[in-house]
Design a protein around this ligand. Sequence first.
Ligand code: DX5
Ligand code: ZN
Length: 220
Amino acid sequence: MRKLEIAPSILAADFRILEREVKAAEAGGADRIHCDIMDGVFVPNMSFGPMVVEAVKKCVAIPLDVHLMIVEPHKYIGAFRDAGADNITVHADACADLPGTLDGIHAGGAQAGVCVNPDKPVSLFEQHLDKVDLVLIMSVFAGFGGQAFMSETLEKVRELVLLRERRQLDFSIEIDGGINKTTAAESVGSGVDILVAGSYVFGGDDYAVRIRELRDGERS
Ligand code: DX5
Ligand code: ZN
């Protein structure tokens, strides 16, 4: 069995003290720092770009998990890789050439991920699963933190577990949106390997406690 990973999303962190925030998440047991990149076009919200990723990279030793919610992501792979992204995840429907984009991510030396919103099927990227290191299933519509978990998206997680086994592939399955103690347990029970959590981690008084609570899902 894979080790369950916790990836706190800095979208919910206090940007006035971002260094302290990411260091506290790392010290609290986070496995990756999730960076949500929004362009106001692919999603109706804006967040931050490579400069912030570069700053975070200087603060922590754990990998940076960069989630691109932008149009034409292939244009920015180099910038995010240079900023220190360890893995770069693109939305399948944002890519005119998904396999080419995934190859571009690998060519830059990062791990490649593919993502879909709740209304998009696995069939959108199924034929390219051999090119991905992770699949990110959105359990809310991309764009905002703090939304309620959509448990029907776990159907895709179960589908991916079967596909991975059938095709003898090795990608990780990550889930993003509305993760708390309860939905973490539900997700892990369906086969999720990496839990992204923004408000649940950074909204807590003690990040280590929150991260431990998410990890406890593994045992339920
Ligand atoms: C949503 C982002 C998420 C978000 C999760 O578009 O991709 O990573 O930060 O936030 P919570 O955990 O608060 O739902
Ligand atoms: Zn995200």
